[in-house]
Ligand binder design. Structure first.
Ligand code: GLY
Length: 433
């Protein structure tokens, strides 16, 4: 009997959990979570609740049932070295070791790696340990983006013109960042459309999923504070309405070169997921950041249409046989919409929600607890709905129907996947190309 360890407790991991248990191998799923996720619990043989930095606990849990392999969902345990520890205990992992996971956990490492190996797609950037040097560099740029050098759950990046009105405000933010991080990254602000290209790799071969576009801002029309991601869509032709095939080839090439560079730099292959956050700009494809895991929400888009057997794919990754693996996806569009508590992300309320039966979309639980058969939000993104269809419009209608079925103190972005917002993206790209 195949046994799989899954680490993680969000909607991304709920999607991974569903993909694991629907494998033809009919595996048993064992889940290690920071907080109980009722959706994952329902389909797991056994669960354990614990911290992500308690590596000994994760290894002891794994050793109690000896999994065939482990899948690590979120970035935190990767950055603490969970893969190094599990592999030392003889458990292969879909996920990079700590040094390799620096691709996400250290933005300066990722930027300097690309600069050292002369990989295209880099914006102008500088890594600074003091504000004086940061200011000098900022003065040479028209508008800036400020990034803390470390993990921030997608919420630490501040963009001039969006979150920071002036260079003075940007400098103040650099000072704030330097109080809690070793360094701060200052980059030129780019104009373009972002997309996520999630790729599976065994260190040699890179297999891409269809691109997805996420929506980071909390409210309709890309307003409000940054969030972990309010929803996302993918298209039936496995492009995006503003992307052409050559753009995906360009992004793929950057990821392939980075995989090669990191292997040379660290001396070991990067195994797992390389999720490139790219931007199509007037000067081609630029790399905004790498993540060492699947995206949340983007994992839900791609796993909902994955035709390949996920467990078989994981086996090909850990045995380094991706070169003869054929990764297949349905030719369907997907739209994912997150339901979040009122006040999210700054002052989220907690409270009960009710979900009516939404048969046209798939439900994924995130920050949700189940008590006495009732669902309670615990403060972060609560539940996601994924609609699938022949077109983005059809998928959007299904996801929206699901999202609207939730009763409680919640909101969601009604505009994700709508014709109006997609036309805005297309027109944006036309304005500079
Ligand atoms: N969708 C943003 C992230 O997963 O980091």
């Amino acid at each position: 009997m195949t046994k799989v360890l899954l680490v993680g407790n969000g909607a991304r991991e709920h999607a991974i959990a569903k993909a694991i248990v629907k494998s033809d191998e009919m595996p048993e799923l064992f889940s290690y979570m920071k907080m109980q996720n009722p959706g994952i619990e329902e389909i797991s043989t056994e669960t354990m609740i614990g911290k992500y930095d308690d590596i000994d606990n994760i290894v002891a849990f794994a050793q109690s049932f000896s999994p065939d392999f482990a899948v690590i969902g979120p970035e935190e345990p990767l950055s603490y070295g969970v893969v190094d520890a599990l592999e030392s205990a003889g458990i292969p992992c879909v996920g990079p070791k700590k040094n390799l996971a620096m691709l996400e956990s250290s933005k300066s490492f990722a930027r300097e790696l690309m600069a050292k190996y002369k990989i295209e797609g880099l914006p102008k950037f500088g890594v600074f340990r003091n504000v004086e040097d940061a200011k000098k560099f900022m003065d040479s740029l028209k508008e800036v983006v400020i990034k803390p050098d470390g993990l921030t759950g997608g919420k630490g990046v501040m963009v001039q013109g969006d979150h920071l009105m002036t260079k003075e405000e940007a400098l103040e933010y650099c000072k704030e960042v330097l109080k809690s991080h070793p360094s701060v990254i200052v980059e030129e602000k780019l104009d373009g459309e972002e997309f996520s290209l999630q790729s599976f790799t065994d260190g040699q071969t890179i297999l891409d999923c269809p691109p997805v576009q996420d929506h980071k801002r909390a409210h309709n029309d890309d307003t409000g504070p940054n969030t972990g991601g309010m929803g996302s869509y993918s298209a039936e032709n496995h492009l995006l309405p503003f992307l052409k095939e050559n753009h995906i080839r360009e992004a793929h090439l950057i990821t392939a070169k980075v995989a090669d560079a990191i292997k040379k730099e660290i001396g070991e292959p990067y195994i797992g997921i390389m999720y490139g956050g790219f931007m199509l700009t007037k000067s081609g494809i630029k790399l905004i950041e790498y993540n060492a895991r699947l995206g949340d929400p983007e994992a839900m888009n791609i796993l909902s249409i994955m035709e390949s057997d996920f467990v078989e794919l994981c086996r090909a990754i850990v045995s380094m046989h991706l070169d003869d693996y054929s990764l297949q996806f349905e030719k369907k569009a997907t739209v994912c919409k997150y339901i979040v508590p009122e006040g999210y992300p700054e002052k989220p309320v907690k409270g009960a929600i009710e979900i009516s039966k939404a048969s046209n979309s798939e439900v994924f639980y995130s920050s949700i607890e189940r008590k006495d058969n009732k669902l309670y939000m615990s403060g972060s993104r609560a539940v996601a709905f994924v609609g699938k269809g022949k077109t983005i419009e059809e998928a959007e209608r299904k996801a929206e129907e699901g999202a609207k079925s939730v009763k409680g103190k919640v909101f969601h972005r009604e505009d994700i996947g709508t014709r109006k917002l997609i036309d805005k993206r297309i027109n944006h790209v036309r304005s500079f190309s």
